[in-house]
Design a binder for this molecule. Structure first.
Ligand SMILES: NC(=O)c1ccc[n+]([C@@H]2O[C@H](COP(=O)([O-])OP(=O)(O)OC[C@H]3O[C@@H](n4cnc5c(N)ncnc54)[C@H](O)[C@@H]3O)[C@@H](O)[C@H]2O)c1
Length: 389
């Protein structure tokens, strides 16, 4: 069914989400208080569509039709007839709450109000509405046009029908949806923390330099980007802030503790690619050091980081954050992991992963290495996450 969709915020995420909705055939209203952002969003869309026509990915008629379906406006009241509104404005709870309560006064009773927030609780945003049951999290990944995954996050107050309707709609846009509990970082931004955190820890201990750690994870894990390359790509400012926020919101859980290494990079504005320097230099002609391709060391590094990732995925399953299928889908489709982590655990053996974690815990006596109780029970009974064929 083609409905009118509202997108609030014409930044990186809002403009992408609007494009996805318009491509799926919906009429879209994009609202931003900043005129310049609206102009840029329109220009970027036009140039994206022109390139797609040039590469013969779509016809020029189809491109024109997509562009014609999006209207760029300054006032929220233009969204009065929208049946779904996705908010993608600045990550600030008070400002988001104000938008949601303003929107509720404008739209009809059956309009779903969604937030694309990465780090705020959906419950706290929904609390600003008289009818909190209509509010849900719909979390796209950047860039929204290319990334297939969308996390759906019902809040404690969301109506089950709102989740069903949102899922039906976003699935029809060609996205892969997973459902996550309203907890910090949802699935991807929580489970992926160990990829960065444990790699930095290995670097801080002097076990290997970051070039060699990147090499180990690509070589033995098949990851497309090593953790340090990826942090530089995402931006050390964004990556650090997500880590800090997840850690704080989990009441300072040691597994998510940020590192001083990354904090210093952030403070020094060594954000990565976008600032020209992060862990690596992106200056013209800059050459990275050669990795130490010691196979034994590389495998140890990979096994340690993977065990930490699997521990987080298992803990997420144990605490009913999402189904095992959705946890695995989220990591393969949201951050391009080569395999779902729980499936990976089955392949290498839950007992082996558990032993790696126990050894780390015994060595360091730090809570960050505490194995999930689910892994422990599974290791004891030689169980697997998925049925054995
Ligand atoms: N950038 C990412 O990688 C990413 C990924 C997933 C989710 N998110 C989330 O999406 C949201 C938007 O992120 P972004 O990176 O697109 O931000 P952005 O800074 O690129 O864009 C935000 C836009 O919102 C506009 N805005 C601010 N206040 C407004 C208001 N009151 N009314 C209307 N427009 C307003 C700004 O003018 C700006 O154009 C955030 O909640 C963020 O956490 C971001």
């Amino acid at each position: 069914m083609k409905i009118e969709v509202g997108v609030i915020g014409a930044g990186a995420m809002g403009s992408g989400i609007a494009q996805v909705a318009a491509t799926a055939g919906h009429f879209v209203k994009v609202v931003d208080t900043n005129e310049a952002m609206l102009v840029t969003a329109k220009k970027n869309l036009e140039s994206f569509l022109a390139k797609s026509v040039e590469k013969q990915k779509i016809s020029s008629e189809a491109a024109d039709a997509i562009a014609a379906r999006i209207e760029y406006v300054r006032e929220l009241k233009k969204c009065a007839s929208c049946r779904l509104i996705i908010e993608a404005i600045v990550e600030n709870l008070e400002i988001k709450q104000k938008i949601f309560s303003d929107l509720e006064a404008i739209v009809s009773g059956d309009c779903i109000l969604a937030s694309n927030t990465s780090s705020l609780s959906i419950a706290s945003i929904a609390a600003s509405c008289k009818d909190a049951s209509r509010v849900i999290g719909i979390h796209f990944f950047n860039p929204a046009v290319l990334m297939p995954l969308v996390e759906l996050i019902p809040a404690i107050s969301s109506s089950p029908n709102v989740l069903l309707d949102a899922k039906k709609l976003i699935d029809s846009w060609g996205k892969i949806t997973v459902v996550a509990k309203d907890t910090p970082g949802f699935i991807v931004n929580r489970v992926a923390r160990s990829y960065y955190g444990e790699s930095i820890r290995i670097y801080e201990e002097g076990i290997a330099d970051f070039v060699s750690i990147d090499w180990a994870l690509k070589q033995f894990g098949g990851f497309k980007m090593g953790p340090f390359e990826l942090m530089d790509f995402i931006g050390n400012d964004i990556n650090y802030k997500v880590t800090e926020s997840v850690w704080e919101q989990f009441f300072y859980e040691p597994r998510f503790k940020p590192s001083l290494t990354q904090k210093r990079l952030y403070e020094a504005k060594l954000f990565g690619r976008k600032s020209g320097k992060g862990y690596y230099s992106y200056a013209e002609g800059a050459i990275a050091n050669e990795p130490n391709k010691d196979e034994k060391l590389g495998k140890e590094i990979f096994e340690r980081v993977l065990a930490m990732l699997i521990n987080e995925a298992a803990d997420s399953l144990y605490l009913q954050l999402a189904t095992k299928e959705d946890i695995d889908l989220a990591m393969t489709k949201g951050v391009n992991y080569p395999k779902g982590l729980l499936k990976w655990a089955d392949e290498i053996g839950v007992n082996k992963v558990y032993t790696t974690l126990v050894n780390l815990y015994n060595e360091y006596k730090e809570d960050r290495y505490r194995p999930c109780v689910l892994l422990k029970r599974m290791a004891q009974s030689n169980a697997t996450f998925y049925a054995k064929n």
